[in-house]
Design a protein around this ligand. Structure first.
Ligand SMILES: NC(=O)c1ccc[n+]([C@@H]2O[C@H](COP(=O)([O-])OP(=O)(O)OC[C@H]3O[C@@H](n4cnc5c(N)ncnc54)[C@H](OP(=O)(O)O)[C@@H]3O)[C@@H](O)[C@H]2O)c1
Length: 291
């Protein structure tokens, strides 16, 4: 079987690893058949990255779908980039066990990128002063597994600027990626410049606002003007600013549509009009109170 003609462009991480700019989000993809269908559509459309997490409960299904489907596209393990995340329940002393569990669920020898999913610990109050110690312990476990080659790159998700500064001051291995909510209503300027200064790749999640931004009047107007869909406009707005994206869809047609964002450009005016929608609005969880 010949490889697909298109595959997502990549960005270089601070580890030297190449990470595809386009990845398939898999939150809420939990039925094995849905995962298989979505992975098939994604590989066919040129996606080479997949974003899972222990809490999504789909690591095993994702690993299985990839083993079954990679040969269909003339691909092997090394052609895809798998991300997973440490669940908040495993933050702290259970981090090593949690990461090894992700590896065994995915049934992989290595995970390309492993993130601390959330700065807090499940079961502790957000303001609990044990949170920083647990984060540090988790990071040390991830560093150890990185040293063993089991986690090719390590990073964090949902960290605030304060959490990032704390990590940068204490780490032996700096984070490769910060994955956070990012879309026109939440532009995260402080985190973006912090990542830029420290060589951390800033990666967007919920680029479509969980679907809710697809009916925003400005997004609709820009889409109409450039003859693209609202989803493509939102994804192009991010990738044109050099930011990797992880759109989630369970629908093969939308999975393909979301990949067709590398063959057109938005004007500077359109980028600015969309960025002007920033109002600090979150569709997902807010980490700002986590000690
Ligand atoms: N680190 C974290 O804490 C965190 C948090 C949230 C998300 N994430 C990651 O980021 C990924 C994406 O974020 P998300 O799942 O919150 O939401 P999203 O990608 O912003 O939006 C997904 C929603 O949009 C719909 N959709 C997708 N493409 C579409 C299109 N072209 N036209 C119309 N509707 C479309 C999907 O429905 P259908 O499936 O029916 O197409 C789904 O309801 C997640 O799956 C996950 O991998 C990480």
């Amino acid at each position: 079987m010949s490889p697909t003609p298109f595959s997502s462009p990549s960005v270089a991480l601070n580890t030297g690893l190449q990470m595809p700019v386009l990845g398939l989000g898999t939150y809420k993809l939990c039925d094995p058949e849905d995962v298989h269908r979505a992975v098939d559509a994604a590989l066919s459309a040129g996606y080479r990255a997949f974003d899972s997490a222990a809490v999504y409960r789909n690591e095993a299904d994702l690993g299985k779908a990839l083993r079954e489907l990679l040969p269909k596209y003339g691909l092997t393990r090394k052609d895809v980039f798998i991300t997973s995340k440490l669940g908040p329940k495993d933050q702290g002393e259970k981090a090593m066990e949690g990461a090894l569990h992700s590896l065994s669920q995915l049934d992989l020898e290595y995970i390309d990128l492993y993130l601390i999913h959330w700065p807090g610990t499940q079961g502790l109050a957000v303001a609990d002063e044990r949170n920083p110690g647990n984060r540090a312990q988790s990071w040390a476990s991830l560093e150890e597994l990185h040293g063993q080659g089991k986690l090719r790159a390590i990073g964090v998700s949902n960290y605030t600027p304060a959490h990032m500064r704390e990590l940068m001051q204490s780490c032996k291995v700096p984070p490769a990626v910060l994955q956070v909510e990012f879309h026109p209503r939440l532009c995260q300027p402080e985190l973006r410049s912090l990542c830029k200064e420290s060589g951390v790749c800033f990666q967007a999640y919920s680029s479509l606002g969980k679907g809710e931004l697809l009916t925003d009047p400005v997004v609709l107007e820009v889409a109409e003007n450039c003859k693209r869909t609202p989803a493509q406009v939102l994804l192009r707005w991010a990738v044109q600013q050099g930011i990797p994206v992880l759109p989630k869809s369970s629908n093969p047609d939308r999975i393909l549509q979301n990949a067709e964002v590398f063959d057109f450009s938005l004007s500077d005016t359109d980028i600015s009009r969309l960025s002007a929608l920033d109002c600090g609005h979150r569709f997902c969880w807010d980490p700002s109170g986590v000690a």
